[in-house]
Design a protein around this ligand. Sequence first.
Ligand SMILES: [Zn+2]
Length: 205
Amino acid sequence: MQSYERVDSQEDMDLLLASIRGFHDSMTKEIHLINRGYVRADKSMMMSHRFDTQILIQSQWKPFALELLFVGVRELCANDPGEYWGASGSVEIKSAPVEIRSICMKFDSALRVVSESLYYKVRTECLGAQAFLKSQVPTPDAVPSSLLEDKWRQCSACCDAWECEPTEIFSYCPSCGQLTELRPVDERFNLSPKPGPPVKSYTKR
Ligand SMILES: [Zn+2]
């Protein structure tokens, strides 16, 4: 999730709202909702059920397009595709008995989302009529993968490799089924040797 900002507090939420004029003159262009649970090809069910959703907002104000990523969606209600006058957002943290975060965003009375966490990313390039949310829905649970050569990338969880377009940052590993996030070469798997003690140089006298 390297390229996403995370909303952890009400201050973060207020920054998000201010970054695009409170979502005034904006609209929801696309919603991509995914369940992290699934039925395998052998008909067994993977019980990792959780709704995550990517929402692409287009605006007439800078930066013109934002992607919102709600993780652990508890509520999603969309009933009006029209333009928004504005949005509001709240971040509530209940600390007892375990910490539970509840993030709520409302766009007029047209769209309401409640989730456990929220990330966002500027997507200025996403103006126009076509569909933009074509790739896997990102998740903070993704394991790193690294580019080997051409279109080949390697999973850090099982070390298997597969072919995938380098422009797709998130891709499922066909061997272990983990969603992976492509990392820069110098960060791959943290296998680089740890820096040793500083090298001392001596000058013979
Ligand atoms: Zn794997």
